[in-house]
Design a protein around this ligand. Structure first.
Ligand SMILES: Cc1cc2nc3c(=O)[nH]c(=O)nc-3n(C[C@H](O)[C@H](O)[C@H](O)COP(=O)(O)OP(=O)(O)OC[C@H]3O[C@@H](n4cnc5c(N)ncnc54)[C@H](O)[C@@H]3O)c2cc1C
Length: 438
């Protein structure tokens, strides 16, 4: 049986490769970088590129963690509700993520009223799509304390721009029991996600190739015929799990998101006794603070302005806020007044901006023997680990339904978006490599 080539070793590619290997297909996984994980990766020193949280509603992601034997590495740091400090008035409270827990006054967000909850419930309507801030304009306190942080965390887009319909996709999933449980990797994305995934792939016989960048694809008679890396590989089938800009380079005309939002993470080298904590902050630079025994990580989502500032400007501000959180919530251990060494990671294209209007909808299988995956290809959710896993598994399923090898197949009519001639090499010109155009 000929191998299926999976290109892209982010979460979507890892999930797609595992699904194919579990179905008994030989798989080769190609990743351009020297490590896997993509936008959810461990850096060379073991630090996460950025804090990643899951919720109980992320059923596909949690199932994937089960499959790779990593579920126990994801723990719920704040089962009693998220500790949140409002820097504007120094008020501290625990806020439940589930509205069903708001019957307890002490777990309610400020500004919570029946009218505010109804306004949020209306955001879940799939028929209305406006900027979230406009939809919540009559409930500013509730918007500031609950909806806006939720928008930043799930859509990575400022509320003034963010699509209420995309937020609705999230809200509709948060009603199920356990759906709002918030989980983080106890040790980090390396040991709790990427390494177990690679181990599971190797155990399933997947051939993993790092530093293997796809430069172009060859299409013959409407089918993928070869993949051009540093050398040309004949390919009977492939799953491309690439970021949108790479997919668009290889498949000109593909509808892809074009506006992106950054996430800035500050990683402070502060060792402490534990346990792992996850805290929220309103009215400052920090939005979320993850405290692990190995270090303290601060997240600034949709940080357009912050992504332009130097580390020296960000670190002292963030650390001052961390100290206030540590004092208010009585975090154990030493908290030095001077900021410890800090590494700032700016992911400039962390996710697409989720704006009102229908998101780009690329076909799952643009060619009969080529399937697409990636968080941005899953129209039912914002770009998240959950969307990446679901898209990878859906792309694998789409390929497994296709006859492979030399079996002749009837070509479906190609969609209007794909301007590929019947036989040619695509994608090579963009990186200056000479490639054959037969
Ligand atoms: C800082 C940060 C924080 C986040 N926080 C959360 C969170 O809390 N919860 C959540 O659910 N999601 C979060 N996300 C989003 C989540 O990381 C992404 O949705 C997910 O990782 C996307 O996976 P992917 O496989 O679709 O894409 P990617 O991770 O982008 O994977 C694509 C892979 O393809 C490789 N590649 C690119 N070009 C080529 C080529 N030509 N040939 C071969 N390989 C190539 C890349 O190197 C990369 O490894 C966060 C993202 C960031 C950046």
């Amino acid at each position: 049986m000929s191998a299926i080539h999976v290109v892209g070793g982010g979460v979507a590619g890892l999930a797609g490769a595992l699904a194919l290997a579990r179905a008994g297909r030989p798989v080769v996984l190609h990743e351009a970088a020297p490590m896997a994980g993509g936008r959810a990766r461990a850096l060379a020193d073991g630090t996460d590129n950025g804090t990643h949280a899951l919720v109980g509603a992320n059923t596909a992601a949690l199932r994937f963690l089960e499959r790779i034997g990593a579920r126990s590495g994801w723990l719920e740091p704040e089962p009693e509700g998220l500790p949140v400090l409002d820097l504007a008035d120094n008020s501290a409270r625990r806020i439940a993520l589930s509205p069903f827990a708001w019957w307890r006054r002490s777990r309610r967000p400020p500004g919570c009223s029946i009218g505010a909850v109804l306004a949020m419930a209306r955001l879940a309507s799939p028929w209305r799509d406006v900027p979230v801030a406009r939809a919540m304009a009559e409930h500013p306190a509730f918007h500031r304390s609950f909806v806006d942080p939720l928008v930043m965390a799930t859509l990575n887009t400022p509320s003034s721009e963010a699509s209420s319909a995309r937020l609705g996709q999230v809200l509709r999933r948060l009603g199920a029991p356990g759906a709002t449980r918030l989980l983080v990797a106890e040790r980090g994305l390396g040991p709790d996600l990427v390494e177990p995934a690679l181990d599971a792939l190797r155990a399933a016989g997947v051939d993993i190739r790092f530093n293997s960048r796809l430069r172009a694809i060859e299409v013959e008679e409407g089918r993928l015929s070869a993949l051009i890396f540093d050398s040309r590989i004949h390919a009977d089938a492939a799953l491309l799990a690439l970021p949108p800009w790479e997919a668009a380079r290889l498949l000109p005309g593909l509808p892809v998101p074009e506006a992106f939002a950054p996430i800035v993470n500050l990683h402070f080298e502060r060792k402490g006794p534990g346990p792992v904590r996850f805290l929220g902050c309103l009215g400052g630079l920090c939005q979320w603070v993850l405290v692990r025994p190995s270090g303290v990580a601060v997240t600034v989502s949709a940080g357009d302005a912050e992504a332009e500032l130097p580390a020296e400007a960000l670190a002292p501000r963030a650390w001052a806020e961390v100290l206030r959180l540590a004092a208010v919530f009585r975090l154990p251990g030493e908290w030095p007044l001077q900021p410890p060494r800090c590494r700032v990671v700016k992911e400039r294209r962390a996710t697409p901006r989720h704006l009102p209007g229908p998101p780009p909808a690329p076909p799952r299988r643009p060619l009969p023997n080529l399937a697409l995956a990636g968080d941005w290809t899953w129209p039912h959710l914002p770009a998240t680990i959950e969307a990446a896993v679901r898209s990878g598994e859906a792309a694998a399923a789409a390929l497994l339904g296709v006859p492979l090898g030399n079996t002749p197949i009837r070509l479906p009519r190609r969609g209007a978006w794909l301007s590929l001639p019947e036989t040619r090499t695509v994608g090579a010109a963009a990186n200056g490599r000479a490639a054959r155009s037969p």
